[in-house]
Design a protein. Structure first.
Length: 245
């Protein structure tokens, strides 16, 4: 099946999202709350595009819009660019401490406006990716709590969550570097909880928490003697392949 995106014929699969099809065709659509590991959320709304189907024209979030028939898509129109600029302005008010949001603010030609001092360091845009990543790891240690302007990502009662693995998947996936992770003296501090790090068996570098490795390890496996960091795992795999050649 084919659709038209920005005047180009694009081969698509029935049911896939517009964003997925556009990315495969090399057509850039901005987004902040989307990650290929999860289904589209439509939270940030930056991926809005115009869709024409017959005589109907609508603006839709491309990360959640399923392709079910022939359509004509415009990813950048005066209306769409105006919408994105307004969204960026709102995100800047919400998370002015994020370098990414600051760069987007300038890119879209937004006008400087005053910020509240107590909000100057805020980086979270409530994209929910960290919550999804934590859930995928099997912990669900963090979640979106409160409502309206008080909404935030937090652990229960903002205390150290017993189920947190300290894996840092939430920080890795965060597009705005909003999640603070401190690593010092063989320890990792995240979400008000202190974890002891396990050293890589090969290079000796501390790389993961005991809770993280224990969660993914096979029953009875000694994580302290069989743990390799990502870099050393790649080296070990390459050496094994060379050994078979």
């Amino acid at each position: 099946m084919k659709i038209i995106i920005d005047g180009r014929d694009v081969d698509v699969e029935y049911g896939e999202t517009l964003l997925t099809a556009a990315k495969r065709a090399g057509i850039k659509i901005p987004t902040l709350c989307h990650n290929e590991a999860f289904e589209g959320q439509g939270r940030c709304r930056l991926c809005m595009v115009e869709v024409e189907r017959g005589s109907m024209k609508n603006t839709v979030a491309s990360c959640t819009y399923p392709i079910t028939g022939e359509i004509k898509v415009s990813t950048s129109t005066p209306l769409i660019e105006k919408m994105r600029k307004n969204i960026v302005m709102l995100l800047y008010k919400q998370a002015p401490g994020s370098q990414l949001i600051q760069d987007m603010y300038k890119e879209y030609g937004c006008v400087d406006n005053s910020l509240e001092e107590n909000n100057a360091d805020e980086r979270c845009i409530l994209c929910n990716l960290c919550v999804l990543a934590c859930r995928e790891m099997g912990s669900s240690a963090i979640s979106l709590i409160m409502r309206g302007t008080d909404k935030q990502v937090a652990t229960p009662y903002n205390e150290a969550a017993e189920v947190c693995l300290g894996c840092g998947a939430c920080a890795e996936i965060c597009p705005t570097n909003a999640i603070k992770v401190i690593e010092k003296d063989g320890q990792r501090i995240i979400w008000n909880k202190v974890f002891n790090l396990v050293n890589c068996q090969r290079c000796g570098k501390p790389f993961a928490t005991r809770e993280q490795l224990g969660y993914i390890a096979a029953p009875g496996k000694d994580i302290s003697t069989q743990s390799l960091c990502e870099s050393c795992r790649r080296k070990s795999a390459a050496e094994k392949i060379q050994g078979f050649m």
